[in-house]
Design a protein. Sequence first.
Lengths: 339, 339
Amino acid sequence: MSLINKQWHLVSRPGGAPSADNFRLVEAAVPALQDGQVLVRHHFMSVDPYMRGRMSEGKSYAAPQPLNEVMQGRTVGEVVASKSAAFAVGDAVVGMGGWQQYQVVDAAQRGALQQIDTTHVPMSAYLGAVGMPGVTAWIGLNTIIEPKAGETVVVSAASGAVGGVVGQLAKARGCRAVGIAGGPEKCRLVVDEFGFDACIDYRAHADTRALAAALKEACPGGIDGNFENVGGTVLDAVMLNMNPFSRIAMCGMIAGYNGEPIPLAAPQLILLNRMKVQGFIVSEHPQHWPAALQELGSLVAGGRLKYRETIAEGIESAPAAFIGMLAGRNVGKQLVKLV
Amino acid sequence: MSLINKQWHLVSRPGGAPSADNFRLVEAAVPALQDGQVLVRHHFMSVDPYMRGRMSEGKSYAAPQPLNEVMQGRTVGEVVASKSAAFAVGDAVVGMGGWQQYQVVDAAQRGALQQIDTTHVPMSAYLGAVGMPGVTAWIGLNTIIEPKAGETVVVSAASGAVGGVVGQLAKARGCRAVGIAGGPEKCRLVVDEFGFDACIDYRAHADTRALAAALKEACPGGIDGNFENVGGTVLDAVMLNMNPFSRIAMCGMIAGYNGEPIPLAAPQLILLNRMKVQGFIVSEHPQHWPAALQELGSLVAGGRLKYRETIAEGIESAPAAFIGMLAGRNVGKQLVKLV
C-alpha cells in the first residue's frame, strides 16, 4: 500500500503548559497487514486532560508518553482492511489508536479493539458519554460517592465530558446536582441542557470565600458527594460546604496539571466531617465497565443522557485542540475529526 | 453528706493555646443520692487532645464544652455509695465523670458507667490502651487502614496513648510499623518498649523534605497505611511516601488544634496514588467497641500490649497536665491521679 499516515509525535516535554512545539507532525507509510491484523481508519481521536500528566516524566500512575512516538489516546473508526476473522471491513471500532489517521492492530490483543454499535449511538459518543469519560463518571459516582436519593452531589468541570455525565447520573438517582463551570455559557448548558439543578460560574467569584458562599446558596442542605475534576481553590470552596459523612471522588486536578501548587487549605475538615476522600483511575476498575457502558449506551440511545462536543477538524488541529481543552476553551467533549 | 467535690470549670474559651486562666477550680458539695443513683470516687481522670476542639465554639463534631460547667472527660474510679441494684460499693467503674473528684450517676442511664475488671488490667489502663484511645487505634487501623501482612504502617504521635497501640496492633498483624514522635526519648520508647521497627524524631528534621527522606529510609517499600494524629508538615512528609492504593486514617490533627493553618501541600497525590483518606471518630462506631476492648484487654493482661503513662498528681494539676499534653510534654497516656 502507499497509504500515508499522518501522526503526531511528542518530541519534547513541557515545563509548564504544553505548547505546539512539544509536538511534531510526521508522515509514515502504513505497513502491510500481517495475518491476524486489522487496519483501522480513525474517524475521531480524543484529547483528554489525563494526557498532560503522561507528557511529564515525573511519578505518575501510568508510564510516561515516550518521546518521538505517536501520542497515545483513544480513537473511533472503521475497519478498512482485515486479515482477522474477528473483524470485517466496515466494522465500527473503538481502540487506543493514538493521534494518527490510521492504526494497524493485532486483533487478538485483548481489549485493543472493540466493535461498537453506531445505529443508536453516534460513533463519536464512544469517546465521550459512552466511552472512557462516561465510565469515569459512572465509577466515581457509584463506587465512591454512592449517592442516596435526596442527597446533593457537586461536580466541577460540569460542562466537560465527565462532569456532565456525573450530574445527569446523580439526577437519575434522585439527587440534587450542582455544577461548577467556567463562564456563563457553560453554566447555561449545564442547567438548561444537562438538567442540573444549578451551576456556579467560578470565574464570577473572586476568591474561595465568595465561591463557598455561592455553593452554600446552591446547596442549602450542604454537599454529600463531590466529584472533583479541578482541585485548588475550587476544591477548597467545596470543602467548606461538605456535610458530615460526605464523600469526595478524586478524578482530576486540572488546576495543577502544569505544576502549579494546589494545596488543600483545610484538610482538618476531612476529620471534622468524617469524610472519605478517594482517588481512582477508570482503567483500574475493568469489572465495572460492562455495566457502566450498558447503562450509558441505553441512556444516550434513549435521549436521556445529553452531551456536548467540541470538534476540531483535521489531524493537523490536534495539538491546538489539546492545548485549548487544557485551558478550558472547549465545551463538552473535545474531539478531533479526522474523516 | 458533707463531702466536698473539687471540680474544674471552663470559664473562658482560648484564642490559641489554652492557658491556666481558662479554667477555675470550684468546690461543690456532693448532693445526696437519689434512688437509682450511684456515687463514684474518681481515681484517675483523663486529659485528651480532643478536648481542645470542644473548648472552642466553632463548628465541630461534638457540642462545645459549656462555659462555667465541669470539664467533660473520661474517668475511672470506685463506687463509694449506691442506691442502685446495678452497682455495689467497691465496684470499679469507667465513666464520663469529668474533671472532678466525685460524680453522682443515674445507674440506669445507658453507657454512663461500666464495671471493669481490675484483677488482670490496672484501673488506669481503662483510660488508655483498654479504653477510648486503644479503641481509637483499633478502629482506625482495622476499619480504614485494613492492613495486610507485609505492608508498612506509619503512625504519628507514636509514643502517645493512641499511636503506641496502632503500631503494636500493626506488628501483631504482620506489618512493618514505623512511628513518628518528638524527641529521642519518645523514639527510644517506641522502638525499645513498644517494639516498632523504627521511629523517626521529627524534631531532628528541618523541613518536609528532610522528614520525607528519613521516612523513605525507614520505609524502603513505601507506606501502605498511615494513622494520622498530627497533620501539617508531618503529614506532608508521609504523603510523599505513600504507595499506590494506600490508606490514611485521619484521627487527629494536633498541629492545627490552636487554629494554626495546616494546609495539605500536595492533595494531588491522593489521585496519583489512588489513595483513600478517611476521617473517623471513635464514638461513632459503637458496634466495634466490644471486639476492640476484648482484644485490647487480653493483650494488656497477657503483657503483649505495652503502654506508658504520664501521671500528674492531684485534681489541682489537671489544667497543667492538659496544657502540657497538648505541647507534647507527656510520654504515653496523660492521666491525672486523684486518689
